[in-house]
Each structure stands twice: as C-alpha cells, then as structure tokens.
Write a protein that binds this ligand. Sequence first.
Ligand code: GDP
Length: 179
Amino acid sequence: SVEPGSPYRVVLLGASGVGKTAFASIFAGAADSMDSDDCELCGDEVAEREIEVDGEAATILLLDTWDAEKGDEWTQERFMQIGDAYLLLYSITDRASFLRASELRITLRRFRPARHTPIILVGNKCDLVRRREVPTSEARASAAVFDCKFIETSAAMQHNVWEAFYGIVRQLRLRRDSK
Ligand code: GDP
C-alpha cells in the first residue's frame, strides 16, 4: 500500500519511439533549475525526485521501461507488477503505438485485476499536428473504455508533461485518502 511520504513508483510504458526517454529526461533534468538535492539519478532507467502538487510534496520514483519492449517477457511482467501508477504513452503520429498502448492496457488489467491502479493514457508528440494519425476524440473515448485518464503532451515543447505527473499524484492521493 502507498504510505504518505514514501515514494510513488511510476512506470513509463509504451512502444519504442513514443517519447519515454524524453519524458524521463524532463522529469530528471528539471533538477537543473532547482536544488540538485531534489533529484537523484539512480541509474539510466530510474529517477527519483520530489515534486510539489497542490501544495503538498510527493516523491516519485520514475521507472522507464525503454528496453522492456525488446526485452524478455519476464522483465515486462515485472514492470506490470511493481508500479503504483502507470503513464501509458503512445505517439499521436503513430497509430501502431496507439494500438500497442491498448494491448499494454489489457496486459496491465490482467496483472492488476482487483486493485485500482492509476493509469494515464498519454498521447505524446502533439506538436506534430500535421502528422497526426490518432484523433483526440478517439483517444479520449478509448481512455474512457479503459477506465483511465487521458492527456495529450509534447515532450519536445515541454507541454503538459508535468501535468501528466501531477495527474498521477492526484489519482494516487485520491486512492490513499479513500482508504
Ligand atoms: P522512447 O523510445 O519511447 O524512449 O522514445 P524517445 O524519447 O527516445 O523519443 C523518440 C524520438 O521522438 C526522439 O527522436 C525524440 O526526440 C522524439 N520525440 C519525443 N517526444 C517528442 C515530442 O513530443 N515531439 C516531437 N516532435 N518529437 C518527440
């Protein structure tokens, strides 16, 4: 269970090329403009930092599954089990990555059947308007079916990336407070 003050384990899931690494570096790199003690890079695929959401501090341990897509099944299953919450990324310019996100959502449900695990469907690369293959309305409808929140982001423009993290923290708190 999630205790107040203990880090929330947030897992980045999604097809390769959708922007997981870009998300992780925004998350980790924002330390540049802040106290460096706030951010501690624990390895290539893990970053931990404290952020303030609605006036309350939250610590996020971000796990990037960048190699899980090519990696063995075991690694992927491990990620499905350890997260307190998930950012399920696709690229709005790549319909295949959107379908991959749907598959990952189904797999997640299999691993986390009973618990309500916060999941946000993230349509990244929304700056690439002319290359859009996935309409916002379609993604929003499928998020509703998947029982998860939805946001469109641009890691390149640093648009809505932090909002996705804030959204995750708010959902985790709702779950914590309803216990
Ligand atoms: P990953 O395989 O999911 O980790 O994806 P990456 O973070 O490595 O991103 C793949 C490519 O897409 C890189 O060339 C990024 O610079 C680019 N990219 C990531 N996010 C965005 C975005 O929001 N907009 C644009 N235009 N490019 C992006």
